[in-house]
Each structure stands twice: as structure tokens, then as C-alpha cells.
Design a protein around this ligand. Sequence first.
Ligand code: FAD
Length: 422
Amino acid sequence: MSESWRNWSGSVAAEPAAIERPKTEAELQALVARAAKVRVVGAGHSFMPLCATDGLLLQLGDLDGELEVSADRQSAWAPAGWPIGKLTDAMWEKGVSLVNQGDINKQAIAGAISTATHGTGRALGSLATAALAFRIVLADGSVVECDAEREPELFQAARVSLGMLGVVTRIKLKVMPAYRLKETIERRPLGRTLAEWDELANRHRHAEFFLFPYSEHVTLKTLDIADAGEADAPEEADDTVFQAVCDLATVWPRTAPTLQRMLTRAIRSSERSGPAGRIFPSERSVRFEEMEYEIPAENGPDALRAAMKLVRDAGWPIIFPFEFRTVAADDIWLSPMQGRACVSISFHQYARMPWREAFAGVEKVFQAAGGRPHWAKRHTLTSADVLRLYPDAQRFGAVRKRVDPTAKFLNAHLAELFAFSL
Ligand SMILES: Cc1cc2nc3c(=O)[nH]c(=O)nc-3n(C[C@H](O)[C@H](O)[C@H](O)COP(=O)(O)OP(=O)(O)OC[C@H]3O[C@@H](n4cnc5c(N)ncnc54)[C@H](O)[C@@H]3O)c2cc1C
């Protein structure tokens, strides 16, 4: 009997022919070899229909495997289906931490890497830049390991692959000796924050801010390595008040600007510290829809101002803030950060409120600023856009076709986006 499937925000639904949770690699190999169409889902946190399929949907949460940390504490082999939170807790036990993380720790590590999920930090790349090797079950059920020396083209393609090459079962990650972080939250004027952005981004290991489009103040969040002596602070506040505000805006959309200004005024300065893996993630219990573009760093502040102006001029009742982060350049074929240092600007809306018109408008602003979208978040790229934006798209396509000639791992969305590789 088929089970239905939905993504985290509720905007993508599918009726897979079967959902399987293999316990061993041999079981997984047999399932892949037999199936005509396969997609893998991590935690289902993508907003685009990356995991949607009417074929076989695989979930690797039950697959056996352990974390293996190298003696020099510089790398670790991890089960690909583990949620990041489980991974970082296990890493802490073994004396290592990830170099950087994003806003939450619910994603499977393979899901996060496959879409170039990132945190913030001018000198730090996306999670995909931490991948040193992959173990992959290919379309015919065979297993291959690849890294910079073994199957280097497959490795390059696998670093950001949207699950198009096969099922990743284990990933070797660059890690570092375990460290603690101190988080500082502060309310600041937008103008001053943008004027001082270079200095802020250089001074802190991680700097980012949140900005409601109808407010002139931001919530600045910085993270820096903490001394071992600094005391752990209580868990951060929950989202109950924000949930109530979003529900109010759903009923009375015109109140959105006033509600936003109230929320911004209520922000209090705070600090907390603890193990890195516990301080990076935040609570995100209010469901939203999201678009995000990675924009050449020098264009970031103007793009943000232009997007704000558009929202205000149109009067769209956006109740969620923009998020403004930095990500280092990388050399990954399908990475939005390929070849250029970026600022990442996210635009969200409460999942129960309309978002399509506002996203379409703001997407044009981000594209005019030279942006490439986050693959997992709302975008309207075509196959021609992928070829235009990604100089190595054809190289990726050639690897994809070699390892999966019948396009077993492509769903309708990916077959359209990567039509040039068929
Ligand atoms: C609340 C929330 C917060 C977020 N915060 C951030 C953030 O801070 N930074 C950021 O950049 N993004 C962020 N995102 C986006 C999110 O990180 C990506 O959508 C990510 O891909 C989700 O991971 P997942 O495990 O849910 O993957 P899924 O959405 O389940 O899958 C993503 C892709 O990975 C593939 N995949 C998954 N597992 C495997 C595997 N084992 N082998 C091969 N392919 C696989 C899937 O087929 C699919 O193509 C956020 C999303 C939400 C909902």
C-alpha cells in the first residue's frame, strides 16, 4: 500500500509507490537495483520538490553504521542518514565538532550536503565543502567510494548532487577538535549594521542578522569560540509568541507591519554559550516557506535594500524576517557559491499565508543582483538558467549520465531542471 509524503513546510506532497527504510547496505543495494525510479529523503526539509516521487522513496535513518573519528581528529566517517543533531552529539562524545553549521540541526547530514546547506561565516564554506569522501550505492546496486583521488569526477559531482547520482550511505567529513561557542544577540539600527557589515563579518567567526521588512532595526547574532570556563546558559526562548503573532497576521494581514515593529522592539540583548553543536541550531517550530539567493558579497546590501523597498511598496503582509549571512567561495560544480564569496539573503513567509506573488517579485531583485538560488528553497530556474549560471553544469551532467543512464534518480522536477543531462 502506498504511503503519502509531505515536506516540512507542507507545500510539497507525493504518493510514492513505496517508502522503505533499509537496515543494511545489502538490503539497500537490492532495493535500488530492483526499482525503476528512486529518490532519497533525509528529513524532508527542502521547500522544492527534490524528494517527491511516485516511485521508491528511501529513508536512511535506520541504516546501520557508526561514527568513526580519525586519530588526528581532523576527519570522521559518518552515516549519511543521521540527523545533524545526532551526529554532533556523537562527535562531542568523541572530541570533535563540525567546522560550521546552519540554523537548525534536524536535517540528515547527506540531505544538508546534497543541497549546499550553509551557516554564516566570511571565512567558512557550506557543509558541502566539509565533505572529503562519499560511499554511494549506484543505480545498478553497486557500491563505490570516491574522493579527490579515487573517482575524482564522481567525487566533484557528489559534493552537491541533489541526490541525482545515487544513494549516499557514508560521508567522510572534515572536522576539528571539539570547541565551544558563545552566542551574542543584539538589536541594532539597520543603517549602522550595513555600514559596519565588513567590520562585523571580519571580527566575528560567524555574524548574521534578521530583519523584518517593515522595520529599521535588525537582530544581530554573532558566534565566537568561547573559553572552556564560560558557563552554559539556558536553552533559548521558544516560538510561542511568534506563532501567535503569525496567526494574528493570517487573520488581519494589514497588521503585519505594526506587529513586526512590536516584535523588533521586544528583542532583548542576550548571551549563551555551550558545545558548538548545541549553540549553532535554533528553534524553528513555526512553519514557513522560504526562498534564498546567494548573491556576490559586494551586491548584498543593495539587494537587501531593494527587496525591502519592493515589499513595502507592494504592501505585502510578510510576517517573517529576511536573514542575511555570509558564505565563503568554493570550487564545487553545482554550488551557488562556486567562484565567489557570497552573502546569502533568505526571504520567508508564514506557511499559512500567501507567498507566491511576493517571492516572484523578490526573486527578480535577487537575480538582478547576480544571485544563484539555494537549490532546496523556492526558485523558478529553468534548465537554460542552470547552464547559464553554472559553468560546470555540463560536467556534472556528463557524470550523472555515466552513473545513471536511465535517469533512475531523477524525478519530474530534476528531469526538467537538468534536461541537458538526459
Ligand atoms: C527550518 C529550516 C531551517 C533551515 N535552515 C537552513 C540553513 O540554516 N542553511 C541552509 O543552507 N539551509 C537551511 N535549510 C534548508 C535545508 O538545509 C535543506 O533543505 C536541506 O537539504 C534539508 O536537509 P534534509 O535532510 O531535510 O534533506 P531533504 O530535503 O530530505 O533532501 C534534500 C536533498 O538531499 C538528497 N538526499 C538526502 N539524503 C540523501 C542520501 N543519503 N543520498 C543521496 N541524496 C540524499 C535528497 O534526495 C534531496 O535531493 C533549512 C530548512 C528548514 C525547513
